[in-house]
Design a protein around this ligand. Sequence first.
Ligand code: ZN
Length: 408
Amino acid sequence: MADDTRLLYLEDEAHLCFEARVLAVQETAHGYAIILDRTGFFPEGGGQPSDTGTIGDVPIERVTLVDGVALHHCKRIPNLRAEDRVLGRVDTDRRHDLAQQHTAQHLISAVFYDRDDIATIGFHLGNEESTVDLDINPAHADAAYLDAMEFMVNARVWADKPVRIRTVDPRDTAALRGMPPEQLRGDIRIVVIDDDLDQTPCCGTHVRSTGQIGPILFTGTSTMRGNLRLAFLAGGRALKRMQTMRRRIERTSKVLGCSPEDLQNRVENLLRRADSAERHLRSATESLAECEARAVAESIRHRGFLQRRWEAEEVPDDSFAQMVGNRLPDKGRWIFLGGIREGDRYKITVLRSPDLAVDLGTRAKALLEPLGGRGGGPPDMLRGMIPASAWDELAQVLRGLGETHREG
Ligand SMILES: [Zn+2]
């Protein structure tokens, strides 16, 4: 196995452009990996994704650390040989963005601990939002509390305190409060923010002062194993989110014809009006169905079969035919065919009185398929679709069916 890769970022995180010697090029499961004697790339780990960038002209998509050796992953085979001298370049925008999110997490964790003794038990740096898991019952973290904490965290940003890296001897127990013993190997890298606000052993990448984190925005909470999971955005990501939200609010205000300040009132008013309109519509629809049902019932008394067709715009919705059918008398051995026209098709509902022993559901296929339609249902109801041109034929078949069973 090759010697450990010298990790330049541990010595100075500003090593974003560096010279190195190629030790080997390996084929991997997903492409190739370049191994160098030293690297400025941060390999993924500790909840933080790796840097990306280039080695020579080869795009590096990911960097992993395996047994102390940094693997720089690339898709196509690199034109490099052992002993070649190469120039590595870390994508500085991405590095800065990841360092902003990561340092923000240090600050959030430190403020919760400093203010209320709340420990951090998990951290994830996401492609969009990042999350920190805090040892507090979510029920005890209401909006007012989180607003106050968000303010306090941002106040630490404005104070623009230095973020320093310090290396300590693992026997210096005072400096390593709370650190798991299995991590106490070799010299320990401690990240110190604001002299004593935060001292955390960490191998990630950081900005140089809290001011460089930029704005920190709490974006939501959820419950994770009984603890509070707090989502946040920092720096450029926070600004972009605010811009997106501002545009969304502006567009919505424009559509609703009100100022952003009036947005909530306007939406609440609209919902109240929609609710009232819906209640009126329901009541009017029921009256209409009642009316239609009386007319249909009158004819059924004489003929045993009745059909009724509506244009789609004449009725409130697809269930109207069924609403009419449900208001027809229980007795009288009738069959009712209701249809709502949509273009060149009818949505149909066939109902029969409980005293007519015809199983409509099981006949659906035999009735509709020869007409180019389809449908199904329980014994007393059939719903489906037929071509508009097949209406008369279906009516005739159903009339015949009714007559046969009336006489039986
Ligand atoms: Zn860190």
